[in-house]
Design a protein around this ligand. Structure first.
Ligand SMILES: NC(=O)c1ccc[n+]([C@@H]2O[C@H](COP(=O)([O-])OP(=O)(O)OC[C@H]3O[C@@H](n4cnc5c(N)ncnc54)[C@H](OP(=O)(O)O)[C@@H]3O)[C@@H](O)[C@H]2O)c1
Length: 286
């Protein structure tokens, strides 16, 4: 596979990204709260992201709150012209570190302005509307508020996160969607059919928790394949995603330079058919 997994252009846009991207959620302190334990190290990770040729960063003002975006700005502003920063709205953090829904018109507008200020840009490349926080929220009010921000030139493109295929179709009736960001990895394959449908539409599918997130992936099969191909189990999990579908973009999160380099190397790891068959058995019932 070509460097960084090749390139993907978000549909209907001029935004082209490396399929190996980077997720910024691991940069703030423990519990995705407060400043990083080692600020210089966090800034170094972000600078290395760009040095490696990665031009897709996933973030949110929920992370910290505000810390991840402020670090991105400090490390990388003024941004390389081809850097695509994808942020998300729909939640806010409580003083007790809780994750709470934020779907009213006022909350969406202020989240967009917070992101603009913290990232130091005049317009946000892509904003994901994240559903599902705090139960069955209706998407009409936050979507209308986001579309109003888009009409005012504050947002270039819209994506969705934590959505069902039905919600995606309903939202797509009102606006173009360039990406879907849902939980998916080698052990959690509930979106298999959805991914294939999005591939047919040319829409990016960006799995969050590609390495299991707060519950790291653990599987004997993953370890065995890793030993057979001479890679780490994390690299195998990421390489499997890259090979799973052409519209999958990686945003593995890390606060470590060593892990970042390891993760960016997966584009050179080709998994043979017998390894793919073994890995496919992890997320499917026997
Ligand atoms: N839309 C949503 O609702 C949503 C939800 C969650 C996350 N996200 C986005 O998705 C991105 C990815 O998710 P995530 O960061 O939560 O989970 P993840 O990528 O599945 O896993 C991150 C965890 O794996 C560790 N890790 C990363 N690379 C490693 C390696 N090579 N070897 C060993 N450990 C490694 C990280 O620790 P170290 O820091 O020590 O490397 C961290 O603990 C986030 O950064 C965020 O941008 C979106």
């Amino acid at each position: 596979m070509s460097q960084l997994g090749g390139r993907f252009t978000f549909p209907g846009t001029t935004l082209t990204v490396s399929r190996v991207g980077y997720g910024a959620m691991q940069l703030p302190g423990p519990g995705v709260w407060g400043p990083p334990k080692d600020r210089a190290a966090a800034l170094a990770v972000l600078r290395e992201v760009v040095e490696l040729g990665i031009n897709h960063i996933d973030t949110s003002d929920f992370y910290g709150p505000y810390v991840a975006n402020q670090l991105i700005r400090e490390a990388l502003h003024p941004y390389p012209s081809d850097l695509v920063i994808v942020t998300k709205i729909g939640g806010k953090r409580g003083p007790d570190k809780s994750w709470n829904p934020a779907y009213s018109k006022t909350e969406v507008e202020s989240a967009v302005h917070d992101n603009l200020r913290n990232l130091g840009v005049d317009a946000l490349d892509v904003v994901n509307l994240r559903l599902g926080a705090g139960g069955e929220a209706s998407f009409e009010e936050p979507l209308e508020a986001l579309l109003a921000c888009k009409r005012r030139g504050l947002i270039k493109h819209i994506g969705v996160s934590n959505v069902t295929p039905e919600q995606y179709r309903e939202i797509r009736a009102s606006t173009d969607i360039v990406c879907v960001q849902n939980l998916y990895n080698v052990a959690n394959r509930g979106d298999d059919a959805f991914i294939d449908a999005l591939a047919r539409d040319g829409v990016a599918y960006v799995p969050f928790f590609p390495l299991g997130g707060f519950m790291p992936l653990q599987s004997e099969t993953l370890d065995k394949v890793a030993a057979a191909v001479g890679a780490t189990s994390r690299q195998v999990a990421l390489a499997w995603l890259l090979q799973r579908a052409p519209n999958i973009l990686l945003i593995a999160g890390t606060s470590s330079l060593v892990h970042l380099r390891e993760n960016s190397g997966v584009a050179d790891l080709h998994l043979p058919a017998d390894a793919i068959a073994a890995l496919n058995s992890i997320g499917r019932p026997a």
